[in-house]
Write a protein that binds this ligand. Structure first.
Ligand code: NAD
Ligand code: MG
Length: 327
């Protein structure tokens, strides 16, 4: 890359880091010179301002803005030289994982929906600011052909594929089962169950010993809420998929783990995922009394893929704020 391009990118990333510093400082009431690692006690607590974005929502338009670890995540080479594809890598938990993976030395491809381009650009700038390769591949995971193309393009552009993070998901709240249309049900299943299946099947054609697949489940897998029935079913399916596939893949030296979040402050919750009431009190029912910030779960995605944890497969890594883990 010519020096001028590189300078422009680095300047862009620096401006982004500065903007995020200002936003976070404004949130926690500290000056711009505040410490770079936020104290957990300073993270936002309910009540939250009720807000509604059209699906799929943008992290950059949330109030308060989520902390994805832009300023705080420090790597130590745990994923040096790895090549990773992360779905839903533009925002929320997937963005936090993308930042952490790049800072741990991985080249990262992210997938997202075309409407999320502004969020995706911020992530690409942050990955490149680490001197890592960033590949941005927008597209809809409900389409099997696109899933196959995504894996092929990511592997071609990264020069291989060592880690797949199945993280994208659809969650739309509906008061009763009568309000879940067959189209809703199909969209949720296609995004949250079919896509991880299609992506995993395609990725395994290219993966060898040492490769890892990391899925995103939820505390909803074991303790479903009454108004996200279709979504919660999919998080249980992913948990089961993880445990079965770990057994199937063990002889190939390939691992599969899952991360199970509790309530996290992300666009999914303000673009149809939660009712206004739930938004206002979001995270209140967790013993820690607040939602997690994506920055607080990134290290689990690193752990789930870390070659040092080579005996960990079929495992569920949790960050629920105290409410326990799905079985
Ligand atoms: P998010 O909105 O930031 O991320 C979800 C992403 O899914 C979006 O950014 C979007 O790119 C992607 N996506 C949705 N439909 C898609 C489609 N058809 N094609 C391509 N991409 C699509 O929200 P998040 O909370 O960070 O969600 C990430 C994961 O965390 C999900 O698997 C979710 O189930 C899980 N999770 C979230 C919470 C929470 O409280 N936020 C709790 C438990 C589990
Ligand atoms: Mg998004």
């Amino acid at each position: 890359m010519p020096d001028t391009d590189r300078r422009t990118l680095l300047t862009g990333a620096a401006a982004l880091a500065a903007a995020s510093t200002t936003a976070a400082a404004a949130q926690d009431g500290q000056g711009a010179a505040a410490a770079t690692t936020p104290a957990a006690s300073a993270y936002p607590k309910p009540p939250f301002p009720v807000q509604r974005q059209p699906w799929p929502g943008l992290a950059s338009k949330m109030n308060p803005r989520p902390d994805h670890g832009e300023r705080s995540y420090k790597g130590s080479g745990k994923l040096a030289g790895k090549k990773a594809l992360i779905t839903g890598g533009d925002s929320g938990i997937g963005r936090a994982a993308a930042i952490a993976y790049a800072r741990e030395g991985a080249d990262v491809a992210i997938n997202y929906l075309p409407a999320e381009e502004p969020d995706a650009r911020e992530v690409v700038a942050l990955i490149r600011a680490e001197g890592r390769k960033a590949v941005a591949i927008p597209g809809d995971l409900r389409d099997e052909r696109f899933c196959r193309k995504l894996v092929a393009q990511a592997a071609d552009q990264l020069g291989g594929l060592d880690i797949l993070v199945n993280n994208a998901a659809r969650q739309q709240t509906r008061p009763t089962i009568a309000d879940i249309s067959s189209q809703d049900f199909d969209d949720t299943m296609k995004t949250n169950v079919y896509a991880p299946f299609w992506l995993t099947r395609a990725a395994l054609e290219r993966m060898g010993p040492g490769a890892v697949i990391v899925n995103t489940s939820s505390e909803q897998a074991g303790d479903p809420s009454k108004d996200i029935i279709d979504y919660a079913m999919t998080r249980a399916a992913v948990l089961n998929f993880t445990k079965g596939m770990a057994k199937q893949l063990a002889p190939r030296g390939i691992r599969m783990n899952a991360v199970a979040p509790g309530p996290f402050w992300t666009p999914l919750q303000v673009s149809g995922g939660a009712t206004p009431d739930k938004q206002r009190s979001f995270g209140e029912s967790a013993p820690l009394g607040r939602p997690g910030q994506p920055a607080e779960i990134a290290a689990l995605y690193v752990a789930a893929a870390d070659p040092a944890l080579s005996f960990s497969t079929g495992q569920i890594f949790g960050a629920t704020g105290g409410n326990g883990q799905p079985a």
